[in-house]
Design a protein around this ligand. Sequence first.
Ligand code: CIR
Length: 258
Amino acid sequence: MRALVREIAGSFADAVTAVRPDPPIDVARARQQHAAYVAGLEWLGATVTMLEADERFPDGCFVEDCAVIAGGVALLTRPGAPSRQGEVAVAAAALQRLLECVAMAAPATLDGGDCLRIGRRIFVGRSARSNAAGAARLAEVFGPLGYRVTEVALPAGVLHLKCVCSPLGDGRVLVADGVLAPGSLGDVALVTVPPDEAYAANCVAVGGRALMAAGYPRARAAVEAAGLEVRTLEVSETRKADGALTCMSLLLGTPDGQ
Ligand code: CIR
């Protein structure tokens, strides 16, 4: 498995946020937490490729949003936040060395954080960032490769689908209880976390191990009860930027994932 990550920019404190963080983002602390995240990816078995930051893109470390990878193909996205659309070029340059890459054109918008791949299914959250044309492009690219694309309605205020769920391995999904409409993820097996620990529904799980946000004991217990070994990470600064664990990597070569 390979993981692409991107350095934390010095401008990270200017990341797009729904609510201005108080206290503000501490960039030095964010970099320490990011280093631990990279070590965590290695603990999961990943070979990590680190892309350079670009100060023009405060959100550049959230590389997940720049591509959707399945079946040996990377769909380069057109992120829904205009300030983030320039981030894709750097991820694209790295991905083009590894995979077949295809593009997305206006008016389509799609953030990788809205895309959840479980086996041959891809669920796409219809958030404020990912529009109908983006979902249609996803289906156009991955449908012929044997993937079934299903749209998922998101409640107002949920940034991305994977803010409330993430792949757990073996075809299962970790999901915040009661946030998505019943049946949103079809017949996929669900492991739930309590709604007041919803943030921890975003984990990075590969091969029986999971990286989880620190401070969510019941979510951790649910993942351990599902048979995974858990390592927790401090992600205070990522969270201030409205990000979570999956957002900071693109995984290549996983059975489920982005
Ligand atoms: C944004 O609002 O776009 C960033 N500040 C956070 C993006 C988080 N990415 C993700 O959930 N995939």
